[in-house]
Ligand binder design. Structure first.
Ligand SMILES: [Zn+2]
Ligand SMILES: [Zn+2]
Length: 250
């Protein structure tokens, strides 16, 4: 805590807070630009991207390739999207304020979708894991930070804390293989690279069995990571897996 405090003072001195979008001094995202974060109005089928209400699969043929049941995407992700800049700044500089801001983005979409899906009982938030080597140099798992912050925001929200009071958190997945330049690989290579790269922590068995898992990550592109994680969750008794991400890469 004290370290974060000192680090922030030093950072603010050398790098005064500027809006990541317009450069205005004062905040990482100024009030004006905050309004420009572009939320997805409709969800899509994760495979063919046909629009729908909750981000489930439109037909069996689309579902066949996946182990998860639904994917909720929060924002649009064009090349210049502000959300992209915020995610990058959050991941590489670990700015606590941005963690909260990003969790608010997830919360907005999660609460909206909770009208259509029962997220009240038997729900567990599960972060997509990162390898311990990466954890070593980054110092934190961005997905776990987002999941924990989202849970805190939901449980302290005046209007929704009761509705979501029973949601649990489980850091039950372990990444066993260190992956290089995942983003630059083709889908088939990524699949190969990811197969059996996720393990389950045996002590978490009771946390997952019979549960609806909300699998949280920052960005999903081909969904191979989400898929591999979902496979492991289902093998360990999860009845339903819903991905929840800030954005879907193009
Ligand atoms: Zn701005
Ligand atoms: Zn489809």
């Amino acid at each position: 805590m004290i370290f974060d405090f000192i680090k922030n003072i030093v950072l603010n001195f050398f790098f005064p807070k500027r809006c990541l979008s317009c450069g205005e001094e004062g905040n990482f995202v100024c009030e004006n630009c905050l309004k420009k974060i572009s939320f997805l109005q409709n969800q899509q089928c994760p495979q063919c991207r046909r629009k729908n209400l909750i981000g489930n699969f439109c037909k069996k043929k689309c579902q066949n390739l996946y182990n998860f049941d639904q994917l909720i995407v929060s924002c649009h992700y064009e090349k210049t999207a502000l959300i992209k800049k915020i995610i990058t700044a959050f991941k590489y500089r670990f700015l606590r304020e941005l963690r909260t801001l990003l969790a608010i983005v997830l919360k907005t979409q999660f609460i909206y979708l909770s009208q259509f899906i029962n997220f009240e009982e038997n729900v567990v938030f599960v972060p997509v894991p990162i390898h311990k080597k990466r954890l070593g140099y980054r110092g934190f798992n961005q997905s776990a930070e987002l999941a924990k912050e989202l849970l805190t925001l939901l449980k302290t929200d005046e209007d929704f804390s009761r509705k979501f009071a029973n949601i649990k958190f489980s850091d039950c997945l372990i990444r066993t293989r260190y992956l290089h330049k995942q983003a630059s690989l083709h889908r088939s290579e990524r699949l190969q690279n990811l197969t059996d790269s996720i393990n389950f922590s045996p002590s978490c068995s009771e946390q997952i069995k019979g549960k609806l898992c909300v699998l949280i990550d920052d960005v999903a592109t081909t969904c191979t990571t989400l898929n591999e994680c979902s496979k492991v969750l289902k093998q360990n008794g999860a009845t339903y897996v819903c991905g929840l991400v800030l954005a879907r890469g193009i």
